[in-house]
Design a protein around this ligand. Sequence first.
Ligand code: FES
Ligand code: FES
Length: 208
Amino acid sequence: MTDSVPTPQATVTVEATVNGDDRSATVPADTLLSAFLRESLSLTGTHRGCESGKCGACTVLLDGEPVKSCNLLAAQVTERSVTTVEGLTDGTDLHPVQSAFWDTHGLQCGYCTPGFLTSTVALLREEPDPDVETIREWFAGNVCRCTGYTKIVESVQVAAERLREGDGEPATDGGVDPDSGSWAGAGNTDVGVFDATYPVADEEGDGE
Ligand code: FES
Ligand code: FES
């Protein structure tokens, strides 16, 4: 009888731009993007909930478009640009979407919030003046267990108004850098598309 020999685990070196910085780490080849961000890069603002693509807590921007980071392998973002909730700010001031959620009480426990924030940034880049129905449809892939969604929708509307107004100048873009997703003031015109595939909250906003 021979001793079994452990099979070496395949690894991959992931090199990507994360929140504007070149980041690199060698991880097991089956590492999810959510785990890579949290454990290899210590970006714990990206939350893990269902880990099956259903709750949206792990949403980040990939080349400016919202994706669920539990649905991607870290290896898939090599040579691409990832923006997490930490990257929405310039390090000092909150992104206008963040401040709108704060001011409008668009969160309670906050577990879902990073996903809603990154999703909102992408929505407002595509549609600077979304109506309530559009907002609710967009968030079909983001689940909140606390708020009943009403305050989240209001937060998005406040953010949209602030971004449209900019510094007194009409903004057409959501004011977000198209590559990084970071707040960059008015002037960008790039858009992102979120292929949300989850049930839309009902008119009472309780998702039931
Ligand atoms: S943790 Fe990724 S969608 Fe729920
Ligand atoms: S604020 Fe608690 S899950 Fe959304």
